[in-house]
Design a binder for this molecule. Structure first.
Ligand code: TYM
Length: 381
């Protein structure tokens, strides 16, 4: 029996990321590749790379080779709409923005309202649509380049991609989706078709595609890589991150379908953030202040420290100082938690400000920006 499980719909147990890369057949990002990336992007690497939160890839070396030879590449990522986005959903998007800023490349963002509807029996079509609208505002708030970004909703863009979808769908058999996703005879037929749609944006340009996402989405890219060349396209590349852990401890992933107190949602106010972190965040500290002063805390299992490391404290020196003071016992659990509360509040306030301005940019990202217009007029085949 596996001690952990990672699929696009379920993540459980304490994930051994080294084993997972072996199981999925992906490659770990090593020091040499990081150096190459650093050279290509002409600047410091993103903290999520430096700290190995983005840890695995497929063909990233080929993407960088294409970039060096001025063949270019493009980015693609996505989101299955749900009522509330949590900070985990934002992580691949923030990293994608960094890549777009550094490399000045086109970006396609797929909003999978079809997947959201098919996946959960209790959801209504209308409910999924309003979640999609709200999630699109959160995505716009990240600050992508409106001329180089195309955000599209599956149900709306289908008329433009139906031929591409059919070409992909003809190559994917029932036995493949059963083996890759665990579908059974009682899985609805919509879900059996859906994986082909998730491969389609990788065919939007003749250039190589690079997909930033958490590692749970990789099974789709295995399918894409099996069919791409027979369709006259390149195998997609991908760069995978780990999961931001839930508040209760470093097992599984932060998820919106789990307990609401295990995630920080983008809509959580200061009171909710404080309560969740103080009450639920798993601590690597000792049981009493005396013991903590004597033995120190363990940052490796401490969720507040891990969150600072992944997202909320980009300054390496400050992070190191927190690490040292906490492990020596000088900094107490409560102090560490208040640092995190303050950082999360600042981050969410900034995000909400951007989101309040996002509605007026929808037209640009989805229909009228340079890339959006080009996509509605023309599909590259
Ligand atoms: P969805 O909406 O479940 O997740 C959106 C993105 O967030 C990542 N993610 C996380 N990353 C870090 N920590 C977490 N706790 C965490 N939880 C989720 C996911 O890996 C994903 O990158 N089928 C997709 C939608 C999709 C897509 C894509 C995603 C369509 N095309 C291309 C990535 C790339 C989905 O259900 O994502």
């Amino acid at each position: 029996m596996d001690e952990f499980k990672v699929t696009p719909w379920e993540v459980t147990g304490e994930i051994d990321y080294k084993k997972l890369t072996e199981r999925f057949g992906t490659t770990r990002i090593d020091q040499r590749l990081m150096e190459k990336l650093k050279k290509a992007c002409k600047g410091e690497l993103h903290p999520m790379l430096r700290r190995q939160f983005f840890f695995s890839h497929r063909d990233l070396n080929l993407v960088l080779g294409d970039y060096e030879k001025e063949k270019g590449f493009f980015l693609y990522t996505g989101r299955k709409p749900s009522r509330g986005m949590h900070i985990g959903h934002l992580v691949p998007l923030l990293f994608t923005k960094w890549l777009q800023d550094r490399f000045k490349v086109n970006l396609y963002i797929e909003i999978t309202d079809d997947e959201g509807f098919l996946h959960k029996k209790e959801r209504t079509w209308g409910g999924v649509q309003s979640a999609a609208h709200d999630n699109i505002l959160d995505i716009i708030a990240v600050g992508f380049d409106p001329q180089r970004t195309f955000i599209f909703k599956d149900s709306e863009y289908i008329r433009n991609v139906y031929p591409l979808l059919m070409k992909a769908a003809r190559k994917v058999t029932n036995s493949t989706v059963k083996a890759v996703f665990g579908f059974t005879d009682s899985t609805n037929i919509g879900l059996s078709l859906y994986p082909a749609y998730q491969t389609v944006p990788t065919f939007f340009e003749k250039k190589r595609c690079l997909i930033p996402c958490a590692i749970d989405q990789d099974p789709y890219w295995r399918i894409q890589r099996d069919i791409a060349e027979s369709l006259g396209h390149r195998k997609t590349a991908a760069i995978h991150c780990k999961f931001i852990p839930p508040l209760q401890g470093v097992r599984g992933k932060m998820s919106s379908s789990g307990r609401s107190e295990s995630a920080i949602f983008l809509t959580d106010d200061e009171k909710a953030v404080k309560k969740k972190i103080n009450k639920y965040a798993f601590s690597g500290g000792q049981a009493t202040v005396e013991e903590h002063r004597k033995l120190g805390g363990n940052p490796d299992i401490d969720v507040p420290y891990q969150w600072l490391k992944i997202l909320f404290e980009p300054d390496d020196e400050k992070l190191q100082q927190i690490h040292d003071e906490y492990s020596s016992g000088k900094m107490l659990t409560g102090e560490l938690k208040s640092i995190l509360v303050e950082k999360v509040d600042g981050f969410l306030a900034e995000h909400r400000k951007e989101k309040d301005n996002a509605e007026k940019s929808i037209q640009k990202f989805m229909y009228k920006g340079r890339l959006a217009k080009q996509m509605w007029e023309h599909i590259h085949e």
